[in-house]
Design a protein around this ligand. Structure first.
Ligand SMILES: [Zn+2]
Length: 219
């Protein structure tokens, strides 16, 4: 199991700035803590950045795609012109069932552990969700523009990290690893051409192609 962690912004791009606080730093703090927690659980991690540096959006996707990570988790903070706006929301790519599942688990855990307002799981074609080939989510942890939320982000970054990790673990526990391995074997034998999510559906067209490949391969 290999997870890509993407701390939003960095280097020349600070993201949201409130007073002396920059989103890029808060995102990185949560991301590094998340990496530590996952490594402790024997889950491998690749980071799109692990220090304060400029990494463009396509580079972030390339890092995950090249490493063939199983999931992609992008970490951000929200902001709005009105300081009363607050809470947590998690994004998945439209119609990505696996992405939606992960988003829901992570969203539930953050709201549960940090008692933030539940703004729900949403769908958006954000660049890093669109250009990554694996199930991907973008977590808007809380609002830097809301004083109470900013306090949470500054004082409990490790709880945000823990919540994301627990959400991911709960999703993985529901995944049948034997099936994941079987799918990988079929892919290596050239019978299917992608690493499919075990819970995704097969069309008749794909089914026919698989049967033909098996029949022709056994001649
Ligand atoms: Zn951001």
């Amino acid at each position: 199991m290999l997870i890509a962690i993407d701390p939003g912004h960095g280097g020349k791009d600070p993201g949201v700035v409130v007073g002396n606080y920059k989103e890029k730093d808060i995102n990185l703090g949560i991301a590094l803590k998340l990496r530590e927690i996952l490594l402790d659980k024997n889950i491998s991690v690749v980071m799109t950045r692990n220090k304060d540096e400029t990494v463009d959006l396509q580079q972030r996707c390339n890092i995950a795609n090249k490493n063939k990570t199983d999931y992609f988790i992008s970490i951000h903070c929200n902001s709005f012109t009105v300081p009363s706006a607050n809470g947590t929301e998690t994004y998945a790519y439209p119609r990505s069932l696996a992405g939606r599942n992960l988003a829901q688990y992570v969203q539930n855990e953050i709201v549960e552990m940090l008692k933030t307002t539940n703004r729900g799981v949403k769908y958006e074609s954000f660049y890093v969700l669109k250009r990554t080939v694996m199930p991907a989510i973008l977590v808007e942890t809380a609002f830097m523009s809301n004083p109470q939320n900013l306090d949470l982000l500054l004082q409990k970054p490790e709880v945000f990290a823990e919540a994301i990790a627990v959400g991911l673990m709960k999703l993985l526990q529901g995944t049948d690893y034997k099936q994941v391995d079987d799918i990988e074997k079929l892919q290596m034998k050239g019978i299917i051409n992608k690493h499919y999510d075990p819970k995704s559906f097969v069309t008749w067209g794909e089914f026919a192609s698989v049967i033909i490949k098996i029949l022709e391969g056994t001649k």
